[in-house]
Write a protein that binds this ligand. Structure first.
Ligand code: AHG
Ligand code: MN
Ligand code: MN
Length: 335
């Protein structure tokens, strides 16, 4: 049987699901940028790409060299093709304007260029997360694209995906009709479909949370995690295993592969912030993928994809993964 590359899958989608040609092109370009990032990441110390810059991003986090390199790769790959009206990224304070010399298109691209940066220097999986939205009609308005254009709930995403740079480089993609997984064939230079229908198992025996923050959690999370830890003797009547990679991409990838629940709750360390993870380029794309794979994603009280964003870098509490577990911990927030 001939192998289905990402390009071929996208062409088939244009035929069978009317995926517009410019969206197909956009995904092709993002995938090409992810290949370039994968290449940079894999150089490690040989390429002089490890370590930190002397700069901080808008969230006050020290930028790693690879955060900045990955951001630039994505901007440069996507700015000239005519498929985008603008971009936004974890690593940039404001919306990125398509330079005037290039044509503009119908879509907005939002990304976390390198997720899990704390893992780069220790050679553990990192990734790129992206979300595609339609640019609202600007009624002929010229001039810079403001942040408001991006502030659409996750239900409006037309595509979402991530690349994981691990033992294999993979691209997971949803166009709103299921989730496909592609593995980078480095000899061919193409992403080849290796997982044609990714589904999160409904129930699970594995959870992911940064336990070191336990003393800061709110009551519903304390209750749920204590039940998980109680195992067979507790109310859930089974033993759970725990994993925490500290790269959302890698934790979510594991959940898409063998089930589980991932949690980054709000906590009392910074009470004014509703969590650590960012809604627009972490929680929304991951929630679309998880839902498309049959799982669920909430912030404890609400479906993440229904949240109306109020700012580009807004944070959100995240509970996602196997349906039964997400429903249980979400229920505890209502109790
Ligand atoms: P980023 O590297 O893009 O800033 O994201 C890191 C995120 C996420 O990938 C991960 O789940 C979480 O931060 C880890 O947080 P802790 O360091 O608190 O474990
Ligand atoms: Mn991240
Ligand atoms: Mn990042």
């Amino acid at each position: 049987m001939s192998r289905v590359t990402l390009s071929r899958y996208l062409i088939e989608q244009t035929r069978s699901h009317n995926t517009p040609a410019d969206l197909r092109f956009l995904i092709e370009v993002v995938a090409r940028a992810c290949k370039a990032i994968s290449h940079q990441v894999s150089k490690g110390a040989l390429g002089g790409v490890l370590g930190s810059m002397e700069t901080e991003n808008v969230q006050g986090e020290v930028q790693k060299k690879l955060d900045v390199i990955s951001n630039e790769i994505l901007l440069e790959a996507n700015e000239w093709g005519g498929h985008l009206a603008g971009m936004a990224s974890e690593e940039m304070d404001n919306a990125y304007q398509i330079p005037g010399r290039y044509p503009k298109g119908a879509y907005l691209l939002v990304f976390d260029p390198l997720d899990g940066s704390s893992n780069i220097d220790v050679n553990v999986s990192v990734g790129t997360i992206f979300s595609v939205l339609r640019c609202p009609d600007r009624n002929g308005e010229e001039g810079d694209l403001g942040e408001e254009a991006f502030l659409q709930p996750g239900t409006q995403q037309v595509a979402a995906g991530y690349a994981i740079y691990g033992p294999q480089t993979m691209l997971l993609l949803t166009l709103g009709n299921g989730v496909k997984g592609f593995t980078l064939d480095r000899e061919l230079g193409s992403f080849v479909m290796t997982h044609d229908s990714i589904k999160v198992p409904e129930s699970t025996q594995e959870f992911a949370i940064n336990m070191s923050n336990q003393r800061h959690w709110e009551a519903p999370v304390q209750r749920y995690v204590s039940e998980l830890l109680a195992g067979e003797a507790g109310p859930l009547e089974k033993n759970y295993n725990m994993r925490w990679i500290a790269s959302m991409v890698a934790d979510v990838h594991r959940i898409l592969t063998r089930g589980g629940v991932f949690m980054y709750p709000r906590d009392s360390r910074e009470p004014e912030k509703p969590g650590k993870l960012r809604l627009m380029y972490e929680a929304n794309p991951m929630s679309m993928i998880i839902e498309q794979a049959g799982g669920a994603a909430t912030n404890g009280t609400q479906r993440i994809l229904d949240i109306q964003p109020t700012s580009l870098h807004q944070r959100v509490a995240v509970f996602l993964g196997s349906k039964d577990e997400v429903e249980r911990v979400t229920g505890y927030h209502q109790a």
